[in-house]
Design a protein around this ligand. Structure first.
Ligand SMILES: Cc1ncc(COP(=O)(O)O)c(C=O)c1O
Length: 376
């Protein structure tokens, strides 16, 4: 069911990720070297054939489909009308910060997806980072540091649930503890849940809104179903007053969403469970393969337990190379440097494992060659 893309197909389908020198294996951008799920591909082709590229309607097809998905996958009963369309997840987060969060600084756990820092700057807010310790087995949130930031005036918390780049799935207890601290200080939590359906066997995803109904969740089928270019995301808001505020925003303050994103989103949330199950199996296989490859070729590497996403976080400090991603690129593999996620953090990188076994195996061999070579 999961159809692998050849190099030529991947270059055509994923032009940003594959914009690398010929022969280089791209493992940086969060896209998968797999073809679209068939139901989505067919729905998009049908939509194009009927010329359905006018302004999308403000109907709740995506919201209804998402409510069904949430119920089937997370036993979360939520109303279809809770979903408010947004263009992308990052523009949805920008909208949430601008229109739905109290004034004051924004707390962001680090390392973080780099646009988390950017969106805080773009909205003119102050940024308070709180370090997650990637070396600790659990990479837990430091609630004392978070509470100090709230006590000092921060009023928004930007959560990646599950966490990119550390691949952590927060437990319900952790999220409840965060919600308790946020409630004490009148803090709004914005929870980015784009990676939630990519929770891997062994972990259980908890929608943040099930522990804090005042939050704003932002999600999209784009990461799970490998279609960020169709541009269809959602704010999920349970509080009716807050939702009315979002819905009433004037057009220039909203993020227009794409008609093709609506078509693809509805099908993805409603008709692709079998494809998603096959994908999660494949990603779990790749997780195991990567662990074996590291044990064989890079025994001093430490991979964070990957509970969700297809983005492995590797600590390579034992090899004594400050920028292992740059060294890897010189040897034909392009991962993402750890310092993108935490400025100043040496010796780490993020490796995208959503590819075929040949590329993954060869990628690890190239990384090993890079770290053992004199020009590292
Ligand atoms: C945590 C997280 N949020 C948001 C995005 C991007 O979402 P969008 O393209 O819808 O803005 C990504 C992409 O990798 C991500 O990892």
């Amino acid at each position: 069911m999961i159809r692998d893309l050849t190099d030529d197909q991947a270059r055509a389908a994923l032009p940003l990720k594959w914009d690398v020198e010929p022969g280089v294996i791209p493992a940086w951008v969060a896209e998968m070297d797999f073809r679209l799920a068939e139901p989505i591909e067919e729905a998009l082709v049908r939509a194009i054939r009927r010329g359905a590229v006018g302004y999308p309607p403000h109907h709740d097809g995506v919201g209804t489909a998402f409510a069904g998905f949430a119920d089937r996958h997370w036993a979360w009963e939520m109303p279809a009308e809770a979903s408010v369309p947004a263009g992308g997840v990052m523009s949805g987060i920008r909208l949430a910060l601008e229109a739905l969060c109290p004034p004051g600084s924004v707390v962001v756990p680090q390392p973080c997806y780099p646009p988390f820092r950017d969106v805080v700057a773009v909205t003119g807010r102050g940024l308070v980072t709180v370090d997650l310790d990637p070396d600790a087995e659990a990479a837990t949130m430091d609630l004392d540091a978070i509470e100090s930031a709230f006590a000092a005036g921060a009023r928004t918390f930007l959560l990646s649930n599950p966490h990119n780049p550390l691949g952590r799935v927060w437990t319900r207890e952790e999220l409840e503890a965060l919600a308790g601290v946020a409630a004490r200080h009148g803090v709004r939590v914005v929870s980015d849940e784009i990676h939630a359906p990519l929770t891997l066997p062994g972990a259980t995803f908890t929608p943040y809104l099930t522990v804090d109904e005042t939050a704003v969740a932002v999600t999209s089928p784009s990461k799970t179903f490998n279609m960020p270019g169709v541009h269809g995301a959602q704010l999920v808001i349970l509080d009716p007053e807050l939702r009315a505020r979002a819905a009433a925003l004037p057009i220039p303050a909203q993020n227009s969403w794409s008609s093709l994103g609506v078509v693809a989103g509805e099908v993805a949330w409603r008709d692709c469970d079998a494809w998603l199950a096959a994908l999660v199996d494949r990603l779990a296989d790749n997780r195991a393969l990567l662990a074996d490859l590291l044990a064989a070729h890079l025994p001093k590497a430490r991979m964070r337990p990957l509970e969700a996403t297809y983005l492995a976080w590797l600590d390579l400090r034992a090899y004594g190379v400050a920028d292992p991603a740059a060294a890897a690129l010189r040897h034909g593999l392009r991962p993402a440097p750890g310092s993108d996620y935490q400025p100043g953090l040496d010796g780490h990188l993020r490796l995208n494992l959503a590819t075929n076994a040949t590329r993954l195996s060869e990628g690890v061999r190239r990384l090993a060659a890079a770290l053992s070579s004199a020009d590292a």
